[in-house]
Design a protein around this ligand. Structure first.
Ligand SMILES: Cc1cc2nc3c(=O)[nH]c(=O)nc-3n(C[C@H](O)[C@H](O)[C@H](O)COP(=O)(O)OP(=O)(O)OC[C@H]3O[C@@H](n4cnc5c(N)ncnc54)[C@H](O)[C@@H]3O)c2cc1C
Length: 249
């Protein structure tokens, strides 16, 4: 049995959420395959960093499709929230957001979902964050929240991306790491010359920057989350501190 099985998986709360209307107010590229989608919605001021929403699209003939997306923004009083959606080959919902969606289009959102996979300043730290691919999105929201008034809490982000160009918000994360001595970024690129997967030295380096973590959040594919959990547990971090969220394949 993998040692990662004892970490706490985020669960979908058995709560019936109602759907809220949302309007797309801005669209912009984040990487060649990821698009930022900003939505005006009444849910925008009532979420914690790390949570996600369900998004429902309805076609003219009534056909509906729904998927989950993490919230990338931290609450900012704008009445909007931001999603970051990666275009998957032939992806039904991600394809619509990536190639067809326009400003002014309406979709529906429900949530916020994922109370155990969320963080706010008073929860404290130090924070050890691990993201694989688009799994970095909820962690970006936590770092944005931390930057709003909790920069004294040490934080380290271990981020695995295919290439630097495909790393979500990498310029923002690097700027933060340069300006904030309490935050460090540990980027592993898997498909570049000299690149590598996350490994024990990378995890040890991140832990050395923050000391003993008080909270650990890991998000990405099953494979990423399993590998990151095992590496972190091998460094002696207590399983009960680790929260995980998996994005599927
Ligand atoms: C809690 C949570 C948070 C998430 N947050 C994010 C986020 O922040 N950003 C993000 O980009 N994603 C996120 N996801 C993933 C997201 O929910 C969707 O799964 C993703 O966008 C794919 O949906 P889709 O409709 O585009 O693709 P789908 O149409 O569902 O297809 C998915 C993939 O499977 C392939 N496929 C589909 N049907 C078949 C078939 N019959 N045979 C073979 N292959 C097939 C498609 O080619 C595609 O590559 C999150 C998931 C969860 C659970």
């Amino acid at each position: 049995m993998s040692s990662a099985t004892s970490v706490i998986e985020s669960v979908i709360e058995p709560v019936v959420f109602r759907w809220h209307e949302a309007e797309i107010t801005a669209l912009s590229p984040v990487t060649p395959h990821v698009r930022s989608v900003r939505l005006r919605c009444s849910l925008a001021e009532a979420y914690r960093a790390g949570q996600h929403v369900d998004v429902r699209l309805t076609a003219e003939d009534g056909y509906q499709a729904q998927r989950s997306y993490s919230i990338a923004s931290a609450q900012d009083g704008s009445g909007t929230l931001e999603l970051m959606i990666e275009a998957l080959p032939d992806g039904e919902v991600s394809g619509w957001f990536s190639h067809l969606a326009e400003i002014g289009d309406r979709v529906e959102l429900r949530g916020p979902i994922g109370g155990s996979f969320s963080w706010d300043g008073p929860d404290g730290g130090p924070l050890l964050l691990g993201g694989g691919g688009s799994g970095v999105v909820p962690l970006l929201a936590m770092l944005r929240r931390r930057a709003q008034g909790w920069r004294q809490i040490p934080a380290a982000l271990i981020y695995s991306a295919r290439t630097r160009a495909e790393a979500i918000a990498v310029a923002e994360l690097e700027r933060l790491a340069e300006a904030d001595p309490n935050f460090s970024l540990h980027l592993a690129t898997t498909r570049e010359p000299g690149g590598k997967r996350i490994d024990a030295p990378l995890v040890a380096e991140a832990l050395a920057r923050i000391g003993a973590p008080g909270k650990v959040f890991l998000c990405g594919s099953n494979r990423f989350v399993a590998a990151a959990s095992d590496l972190i547990l091998a460094e002696g971090v207590a399983p009960g501190l680790i929260r995980t969220e998996r994005f599927g394949a």
